[in-house]
Ligand binder design. Structure first.
Ligand SMILES: [Fe+2]
Length: 317
C-alpha cells in the first residue's frame, strides 16, 4: 500500500529544477510530513524496533574547560513512546541510522525518493543511498560541518534554521576536506568563524520542506523552540564518487609533501588518482580499528534535560 496521499514526494517540482539540481541549493516542498511512517505512533514503534547498533542518542554537557562536549547515551528500558516524551522535555537528539532494518517501508520510501529525482533530472543516476531519522529536542543545534556524500535534509515536524555556506575557500579548505575523507578529521573539525555567516544562505525549514545543497557545502543547523523530526538522505553519483577518489588521493599526496593539487573531474590524471585512492583504500594500509563509543548516560524523562548519568561503558557499533 502506498503511504503517500499525493503520489508525489516532491510536490512543487518545476522543469527548471533539473538544471539547478546538484549545482545550486534547492528548497522544495514534499509530502513526507503527511506519511503514516512519521506519526508519533510510527516513530515510537520504530524506536522500539531499532537494534542497539543502529541508533545514537546524544546530549551535550559543559566540560571543565568550558567547552560543550558531545555525550553518547542509551535508551535503557524505556519504550519508544517514553523516549519521544523525553525528547520533548529534554536536551537530547536521536539518530536512527538504519530505519529500514526495523521496518522495510523506510527503505522502500528512500528508494522511491531517489527514483523520483532520477525520473526528473536527465542523466541523474544515484547509488549507495542511506537515510537517517533525526528526532531532537527544542533548541538543539548541529555545529558547522561538511558531509562527504550528496545530502538532502527533509523536515517532517518542528522548525529549524539552516545556514548553507559556499563549498569554496575559505569556508571549506581543500586540505580539511581531504583529511575528512581520509578519516583523520571529524565532520565538525572544519574551521569556522562567526563572520562566515555573512556569506551563508539561511533557510527556515518548515514541515513539508526539504533542502538539497551542492556537494560538500558546509552547513550548520539550529532547532527553533520545538521538537524536530527530520530525515537526511545520502547518495553518491559517479561524479561524487570520482570527487571522493580525487580528494582521497590528493590527501595522500599532500601528506607526501605535494602541494598545488588540482581537483580533476575527468582525464588521465583523475583516473590515476582514482587508482591510487582505490589501491590504498582497499589494501587496508590505512585501516584503523574503529573506536568504541563511551556510553555514559541513559534517557530519563524524570531527570534534568532527560539525561541520567550512568557508569560509563564502551560500545562498539
Ligand atoms: Fe550535515
Amino acid at each position: 500500500m502506498r503511504d503517500l496521499a499525493t503520489g508525489n514526494i516532491i510536490t512543487d517540482w518545476k522543469d527548471h529544477h533539473a538544471e539547478l539540481f546538484g549545482r545550486h541549493s534547492l528548497h522544495l516542498q514534499h509530502s513526507l510530513d503527511s506519511s503514516e511512517l512519521f506519526t508519533n505512533e510510527a516513530l515510537a514503534k520504530l524506536i522500539d524496533n531499532s537494534p542497539r547498533n543502529t541508533y545514537h542518542v546524544n546530549t551535550r554537557s559543559s566540560g571543565p574547560d568550558g567547552k560543550r562536549k558531545r555525550r553518547e547515551g542509551e535508551f535503557g528500558n524505556l519504550s519508544g513512546k517514553e523516549i519521544l516524551e523525553a525528547v520533548a522535555t529534554g536536551d537530547i537528539w536521536i539518530n536512527l541510522r538504519a530505519p529500514q532494518l526495523a521496518d522495510r517501508r523506510y527503505g522502500e520510501l528512500l528508494e522511491e525518493m531517489y527514483r523520483e529525482f532520477e525520473a526528473r533530472v536527465p542523466g541523474l543516476s544515484t547509488f549507495r543511498h542511506l537515510t537517517t531519522i533525526l528526532i531532537s529536542s527544542p533548541g538543539i543545534y548541529v555545529p558547522y560541518h561538511v558531509d562527504v556524500p550528496g545530502q538532502m535534509l527533509w523536515q517532517i515536524r518542528g522548525r529549524k534554521r539552516v545556514w548553507v555556506y559556499p563549498a569554496e575557500q575559505p569556508f571549506m579548505p581543500q586540505a580539511a576536506l581531504e583529511k575528512l575523507i581520509l578519516g583523520e578529521f571529524h565532520e565538525t573539525d572544519m574551521p569556522y568563524h562567526d563572520w562566515f555567516d555573512e556569506m551563508a544562505t539561511v533557510y527556515d525549514l518548515e514541515p513539508g520542506w526539504m533542502l538539497h545543497w551542492p556537494l560538500n557545502c558546509p552547513h550548520r543547523v539550529e532547532n527553533h523552540d520545538s521538537v524536530n523530526v527530520s530525515v537526511t538522505t545520502e547518495h553518491y553519483t559517479r561524479a561524487i564518487r570520482n570527487s571522493y577518489g580525487v580528494n582521497y588521493a590528493n590527501g595522500l599526496l599532500r601528506k607526501a609533501g605535494f602541494s598545488r593539487l588540482e581537483q580533476q573531474k575527468s582525464g588521465l590524471v583523475m583516473l590515476a588518482k582514482l587508482a591510487l585512492a582505490a589501491g590504498v583504500k582497499f589494501s587496508g594500509i590505512r585501516n584503523k580499528a574503529s573506536k568504541p563509543y563511551l556510553i555514559d548516560f541513559q534517557v530519563d524523562p524524570a531527570s534534568p534535560d532527560s539525561v541520567k548519568d550512568i557508569a560509563p561503558y564502551e560500545l562498539r557499533m
